[in-house]
Design a protein around this ligand. Sequence first.
Ligand code: NIG
Ligand code: FE
Length: 495
Amino acid sequence: MFSRARAQMPALRQEGHVHLYFRVSNKAVTIPRTHGPPAGRRTSHHTCYKYGPPTEGRSKEGRDQLGRLLGEREMNELLISGAQLITLAGPERSRVKQEMRELAILEDGAVLVRDGVIALTGTTPDARRLTGPDVRRIDARGRVVMPGFVDAHTHPVFAGAREDEYEMRAAGMTYQEIAGHGGGILSTVRKTRAASEEELFQMALPRVGWLLEHGTTTIEAKSGYGLTVDDELKILRVIKRLNEETPLDLVPTFLGAHEIPPEYRESPDEYVSLVIDEMLPRVADGGLARYCDVFCESHVFSAEQARRILSRASELGFQIRIHAEQLSSNGGAEMAGELGAVTADHLEWIDGVGIDSLRANGVTAVLLPGAVFNLGLDRYPPARRMIDAGLAVAIATDFNPGSSPTPSMQMVMSIACSQMRMTPAEAITAATVNAAHTLGMGSRIGTIEAGKQADLVIFDCLDFRRIPYFFGVNHAEVVIKSGAVVFDRTGGCRC
Ligand code: NIG
Ligand code: FE
């Protein structure tokens, strides 16, 4: 019995030298850890990620170019074979209804990566015939290989943490009560304002490590803990720098309307005017965000205030995402439809009118069940009803220090399946291809198809359903970003 299990799941073998990918690198960046090392890691106190060449003043594109120049004559092919390959091949758009269950799986599948791009997918015997002897190989028998997770809703740049509030909630206080006493978002705002840009960057780096380790290769990242012109710009510049200097892709969203700052408590409309007249133009001029978001909720921004901000944002060229109907029903989803938002997020309190509005206007519902779980609430968004109604549904972590302090899309999948009755296949679709389309990146990421960026995760499990089933486990074993191994728990981290 024991030996059969071992035969089924051999140790992951890497032939050749995966770390060759970093020969283009002349700088190793060490991400400090603020938490314990994952099981099985040999290093005891830090995680190493070797990035591309020094990044000061150099864009990711520039880095890729340099990589091509330096690596041109080097063998630059990687074959991953023997896997349960979850390709998600299909139409280049969000998947709906039954399509969300169709993962286009190749059993004994192989994927060939060339120069950071997926060159082909097929069965292992076919791929072996088509590849030369020089290709670097990863034997992924007994493993699941999937596209990297796309986390379409995060708040990763903040100072401090809120474990005190976590404890207060355990003692019976609600999220809203804590916020009403000056805690909640405002407590993080105070600490974030006090932190320098460099400090915020350093604090965010380990979180980027967490995300990559858990198999996330692209995130949407919001500002929103500054709430002054300068502090919001500071956060957006940190997001830009994280995008440039780490392997993770971050897509920026301006969320100046995340909370009403204390200095405007008596005159919230004046803060709305500040967002509209000063923040939005500065963010647009600096090219610092692609999306604009508003926390539309009673005691925060009303639907009318949200509409003012988002209409101006649209005029300035931002696309729209909305925190809608998280804690109460207020017509936020309907408004998202009317404004042509790309996404409406949370939606625990959405009603039939809201669902119709999202569907009629092609708005993707981004569901954040980790926040419901962590806040100890019992009202999850009606995912089944949404999928059955034909809405495009994505899931995301909502990674933030208050309502959902988790970087793990695997955990979010578990909650989506057990609490919202999504099937594991639907959860995977929602966490990859559908999320990618909300970021306008569906032609580049989110599936494993020839021509796409090689953002891949090898999971140490036999069947994709085990990813949510064994919950709380980080199944990610190797994470590959644009063809480069950025996390390797098999011992491949040579630092
Ligand atoms: O998405 N809802 C508003 N914003 C976050 C919570 C942020 C916080 O509590 O710090 C959310 O849940
Ligand atoms: Fe959020």
